[in-house]
Design a protein around this ligand. Structure first.
Ligand SMILES: [Zn+2]
Length: 98
């Protein structure tokens, strides 16, 4: 593989399949320039993740989950008057028996 900074970026983002991952890994081990690029990108990504990700101070995730819990459930059609199998049928050894 030749030097390909797009590949290195994709590598960091976990977007490569196993074959490409192998070839980029071995190229990184051999190529000082790509190795440096990899380190720069990794450092930049870490800095962005550390400084730009907003925590969840308002508990927004929890309140959305609670709202979903409170929303009306679809009607349980099976429980609304359908009599189901006759009571004298029993399951025995995985089969229905009278
Ligand atoms: Zn290279």
């Amino acid at each position: 593989m030749n030097c390909d900074h797009e590949m290195i970026s994709a590598y960091l983002d976990g977007e490569l399949d196993a074959a490409l991952l192998d070839s980029v890994t071995s190229h990184l081990l051999d190529c000082a320039e790509c190795c440096r690029q990899f380190n720069d990108l990794a450092r930049a990504r870490d800095a962005i993740q550390t400084n730009c990700l907003v925590p969840d101070p308002e508990g927004i995730v929890a309140s959305v989950m609670a709202a979903i819990d409170r929303s009306p459930k679809p009607a349980q059609t099976l429980d609304s008057g359908y009599p189901g199998p006759a009571n004298n049928w029993k399951v025995k050894n995985g089969l229905l028996h009278k």
